[in-house]
Design a protein around this ligand. Structure first.
Ligand code: PA5
Length: 345
């Protein structure tokens, strides 16, 4: 089992964030739009940033999780291409299209093909190779934020506050801590199918929570975001066997009235079916610190769930198997692009 190594890596999130935030990176560019490209653990930071800035930025911030850029991407686009391994074909494909279209491209990776072709990018940010992409999230998130901060696109004060949140949580989320909220959450969910309901600010956190439950604890979960879930999924409760599930609502202090009333109303509907939802509630100051607070608690809960289920949190064999199969069937990068020619020795 690699559980101990994973634990140490998770316990290093504050230091990892600080290191990434300390990198020197600046880009003299005023984008008309920003595209964040990455899959799985590499794309997750794009979701988190998008939830934070979508209604604050003067320019659109768009996350791509696939092979292709939208038609409108061009010379006024800042493309941030992220792949921890540097070998993910979807991300390499988008990188290729971005270079071809004249986007301002910044690549973030620990190595692999993305590093080998990075002379085609305007900037390459090398991050330390993590044990697994999900435990390396702070390196990706905070180097991306440093880049965006250097262009005046994000509030750096909130970023610094969110790093302090990681520092503050480290002790309370550690193995021996009394009243550890992540351990308590894991105890409640590890033998169920969790249903994660989130307001828009916590959408990326909810999806990362689900992803890490799958990857660390090898368990499935359901995730949905309000208010949309009130227009479809809520109906399923009329015929659900409530004992098979455990609802976790991701909430925060200072919720806007439409968020608070909506989440309270959802809670009341579920209680009406005889189910008591759990809540993970961030009380940090700014919006990014709240996102990071709920993220860390949920992520550690997935780690403790893996221990309770007796599974090794590190390996993700099915991902590896699918990547190998697709490489064989598609060999997308070499067959359809000239990316191979861009490799600098
Ligand atoms: O957690 C994982 O291992 C995956 O979600 C990967 O992050 C995903 O497959 C993309 O790989 P990479 O991060 O190397 O680009």
């Amino acid at each position: 089992m690699d559980a101990r190594a994973m634990y140490e890596a998770y316990m290093g999130w504050y230091e990892q964030a600080k290191e990434a935030w300390g990198i020197e990176v600046g880009l003299d560019f005023e984008p008309a739009n920003v595209i964040y490209s990455g899959m799985g653990g590499s794309g997750a930071s794009g979701d988190l940033i998008s939830d934070w800035v979508w209604d604050r930025l003067e320019v659109p911030f768009f996350v791509v999780k696939g092979y292709h850029l939208p038609k409108w991407a061009g010379e006024d686009t800042l493309l941030i291409s992220v792949s921890v391994s540097g070998n993910t074909e979807e991300t390499l494909s988008v990188f290729y299209e971005g270079v071809k279209r004249g986007c301002k491209v910044v690549a973030i990776s620990s190595g692999g093909m993305l590093e080998r072709v990075s002379s085609k990018a305007s900037k390459f940010i090398k991050i330390p190779k993590p044990l697994a992409p999900r435990v390396g999230l702070p390196s990706i998130l905070y180097s991306s934020l440093k880049l965006l901060g250097s262009m005046g696109l994000v509030d750096t004060g909130e970023v610094e506050e969110s790093i302090e949140v990681l520092r503050g949580l480290k002790e309370s989320l550690s193995m021996g801590s009394e009243g550890n909220p992540a351990k308590e959450l894991a105890q409640e969910i590890y033998s169920t199918t969790p249903i994660i309901y989130a307001p828009p600010l916590m959408a990326g956190v909810s999806y990362r929570f689900k992803a890490s439950l799958s990857e660390n604890a090898k368990m499935d979960s359901i995730v949905n975001v309000a208010p949309e879930l009130c227009h479809n999924e809520i109906v399923a409760w009329e015929r659900m066997n409530v004992r098979d599930y455990r609802v976790v609502m991701l909430r925060y202090e200072g919720e806007e009235p439409e968020v608070k009333e909506r989440m309270d109303a959802i809670r009341e509907v579920i209680e009406g079916y005889g189910h008591e939802p759990l809540e993970v509630r961030a009380d940090a100051g700014g919006r990014l610190p709240k996102i990071v607070q709920n993220l860390y608690v949920c992520e550690m809960a997935t780690y403790y769930s893996s221990l309770l289920r007796g599974v090794d949190p590190l390996p993700t064999k099915s991902i590896d198997r699918l990547k190998a199969t697709l490489k064989e069937r598609l060999d997308y990068i070499h067959r359809y692009t000239e990316l191979g020619d861009w490799i600098t020795p």
